[in-house]
Design a protein around this ligand. Structure first.
Ligand SMILES: Cc1cc2nc3c(=O)[nH]c(=O)nc-3n(C[C@H](O)[C@H](O)[C@H](O)COP(=O)(O)OP(=O)(O)OC[C@H]3O[C@@H](n4cnc5c(N)ncnc54)[C@H](O)[C@@H]3O)c2cc1C
Length: 464
């Protein structure tokens, strides 16, 4: 059973680590990139600042993943309690927004509560047609106008009416009206919600350090960088590389974007045309490195959301708060990272986005006249967010099941194209579960949206 793994991001490395755990020997992992980690890698810029490709925070649904993280970095982690904020109406409101309305101007509070009461009094009689419909039905017009619609347009780069509803689960906090009203009455901040209330971050090297370390621990004759797959022949079960070499497989686990994979297939006129139906958005990641101490009001913050038009970014992170070593001179510098989404519906001028971001930071009073910028860093990720577009399930099912029939398991953030299971822990487990399915016939769960099943324990290699 020759298993070929394409991609050295969390999915591919999860799969490779599991193949090692099984004691399976006939496998090879390849990646086109010069460094491992995929979207979860990190970069050091010319001024010595470390940047992730978007503010990555690590949380886990799986004990298996916790053990993997300990294997990667031992105890070289910084533990954080989430402190997230929303910049709206020229002020900061703690996240989750809907639980902290008392911080808003009185007319906004009244409109939001009225909308919530409306939504509670008239629960929709039919299932929501799309994500916009769901937002309106759950939060009412007040909160939707203020935050839900503009924020979701900004983050997804598509109108929420183009998105389906099957993906949400624990991603979007729904409303407890009594709690909302109590918080308003008591003028109380209410910040505990969701799976990432606490998280950890590598002490050195950014998020990429995790995957670099795990990649370095793989058998070096079975993990190769700089190898770009350009063609896949599903009949003879062989892939061709850019340098002309070929590699045979019995089973292929791939985490390259699924639309690209479909276009690489030889002679599959039934599957390749599906590629045009996939919807994604791109991400611009902008890093601003500064001399001096982090301003007092940002000292304990993790990330912030920006629904309004006075900033081009939907989210920003005080990246130097994640680890003191994310700057070149710890203690003497600090850093901000912003994320700007792009799609055909929401074009972005790449040459203006850094300047626009700095202006946005000034508008939100995160940078002032005395801020000393010493580094400007920018990266554009073509595949940033796997959009859960309306109608996704039918296209995805057809593509994924058609591929499985010929021994190809497309998994991970853009391999399986399921935003709801596209973080690092989900991706790694999708790799693990694909291996278990191939080698021992165990059912996969994460790729089907379940995160409550641990992979089976394996006897240590050599004892079976
Ligand atoms: C802006 C942003 C913010 C994020 N924030 C978080 C967060 O806070 N927490 C979290 O846990 N996760 C976060 N993520 C998600 C995290 O980055 C992903 O879970 C993870 O990187 C997906 O892993 P993967 O292995 O599925 O795919 P990728 O990381 O995309 O890896 C795919 C690999 O395939 C390789 N490849 C592609 N085509 C070919 C080819 N033709 N031949 C050979 N190799 C190829 C690529 O080079 C790449 O290395 C974020 C992602 C983004 C973009």
């Amino acid at each position: 059973m020759r298993v070929l793994v394409i991609g050295s991001g969390p999915t591919g490395i999860g799969a490779a680590c599991r193949l090692v755990e099984h004691g399976h020997e006939d496998w090879l992992l390849v990646d086109a990139a010069a460094r491992p980690g995929g979207l979860a890698s990190s970069v050091v810029d010319q001024a010595g600042f470390t940047w992730d490709l978007g503010g990555h925070v690590l949380f886990s649904h799986y004990r298996w993943f916790d053990r993997l993280m300990t294997r990667a970095l031992g105890d070289a982690w910084v533990e954080h309690e989430r402190e997230a904020w929303v910049w709206v109406r020229g002020r900061w409101v703690p996240y989750p927004f809907q639980n902290n309305l008392w911080r808003l101007p009185e007319p906004d509070v009244a409109a939001a509560v009225k909308g919530l009461e409306l939504a509670a009094a008239a629960p929709p009689s039919a299932p929501p047609a799309d994500f916009r419909d769901w937002l309106m039905g759950s939060f009412g017009p007040g909160l939707c106008d203020l935050f839900m619609l503009p924020y979701n347009r900004k983050v997804w780069a598509y109108d929420p009416s183009r998105l389906g509803v099957g993906w949400m689960g624990e991603r979007v906090a729904t409303v407890d009206l009594a709690r909302v009203k109590r918080n308003i009455e008591q003028r109380r901040d209410d910040v505990g919600w969701g799976p990432n209330a606490t998280f950890r971050f590598p002490l050195h090297g950014g998020t990429g350090a995790i995957w670099r370390s795990l990649f370095a621990g793989l058998p070096c004759d079975r993990a190769e960088l700089g190898r770009t797959v350009v063609r896949i022949d599903t009949g003879s079960r062989a892939v061709r590389f850019a340098d002309g070499a070929t590699e045979r497989y019995d089973r292929l686990i791939t985490s390259m974007p699924l639309d690209r994979l479909l276009r690489l297939l030889d002679d599959r006129p039934d599957l390749t045309p599906l590629a045009d139906r996939f919807v994604h958005s791109s991400s611009h990641i902008i890093g601003i490195g500064l001399d001096g101490a982090v301003p007092d009001d940002l000292r304990t913050r993790c990330w912030m959301y920006f629904p309004e038009g006075d900033t081009p970014f939907y989210r920003a992170t005080v990246f130097s708060n994640y680890s003191p070593n994310n700057v070149a001179r710890p203690g003497e510098q600090w850093s901000l990272m912003a994320e700007v989404s792009e799609s055909p519906d929401k074009p972005v001028a790449a040459d203006a986005v850094v300047g626009d971001t700095i202006r946005g930071f000034r508008n939100a009073r995160m940078l002032g006249p005395d801020s000393r910028i010493v580094s400007r860093w920018h990266a554009r990720l073509e595949h940033g967010y796997p959009t859960p577009w309306l109608g996704r399930e039918t296209v995805l099912d057809e593509a994924l099941s058609g591929l499985e029939e010929v021994g190809i398991y497309s998994r991970g953030r853009f391999g399986a194209w399921k935003y709801e299971v596209s973080n690092q822990d989900h991706s790694a487990l999708q790799g693990v579960e694909a291996v278990d399915r191939i080698l021992i016939g165990a059912p996969e769960t994460t790729v089907h949206g379940r995160m409550d099943v641990e992979p089976p324990d394996l006897a240590p290699a050599g004892t079976r």
